[in-house]
Write a protein that binds this ligand. Sequence first.
Ligand SMILES: [Zn+2]
Ligand SMILES: [Zn+2]
Length: 313
Amino acid sequence: MSCISNFIYNKKYLKKNFKNYLRINISLYKYFFIENPEIIKKKIKSLCHKLKIFGRIYISYEGINIQANILKKYFDIIKKKISNLHQDLKNIHINVGIDNSRISFNTLSVKIKKRIIFDGLDSFKLNKNFKNKYLNSQEVNNLLYNKEAIFIDMRNNYEHKIGHFKNAILMNTSIFREQLKKIFKYISKYKKKKIVLYCTGGIRCEKTSLWMQKNGYKNVYQIRGGIIGYINDCIKKNHSIHFLGKNFVFDLRLYETITEHILSYCNQCYRKSDYYVNCINNRCNILFIQCLFCSKIYRSFCSKKCYIEFHCK
Ligand SMILES: [Zn+2]
Ligand SMILES: [Zn+2]
């Protein structure tokens, strides 16, 4: 392996190297106590430079959260290097993106954060009295048609809008910590049922399921690897896929297409559409759904007001 310690991050490099599916999108997370996040940060940064990893990485006293675009040929070596960073990272599960034809990140950001995902559960400490219970794709498919089970979408409303499991409960919030505040109000009547939590890659369900157990919910399950894990497991084992539409992702791609179902509407003309766009007017930058017709009329602006504001700067 060539070792380029002063690798310079630039988009041109990516464009050239992205052809022929040489690069793939990955995500992984783990909750565990990190005594000195600075040391882990330094090691991860050096690893990223050596192996030309692009992405967004959060390190905290409570664990790590990595979303990255990597060279496919380095997958095994990256997995090994991450496993070797800490004893709690041994055999870590890595989600490989479903859509690797588009790039997730074209820069690198490695940051130390208070939380690897902002949940607002500051007083809740992870302890060994509660255990995460994971489901594989076959178990998920069985429970989807079981009246004794209920699915809860742990993502935000704008994520759910373009793709979800049918009949999943949505808490209609736009931030995760709001959901955690509201969750018991939404699900108290299902306390005796099997509760299945899901999110994009699993991280949001990881702490939520333990927190729910602490609050008296005994039958709480989560999908291993979230939606991405479920889809990959279905593909691997040739099971039918019951997630409909697109999987929203928090990177440059904004979504991964899972099935051709279109579940949402254009915000400008109300035709069926599920393409998210960030308004190109920096002062607005709102995330909205825009169909192909409207993209020709409005370009990537959410409104005429933003178009005018942008051009009159
Ligand atoms: Zn439209
Ligand atoms: Zn706008």
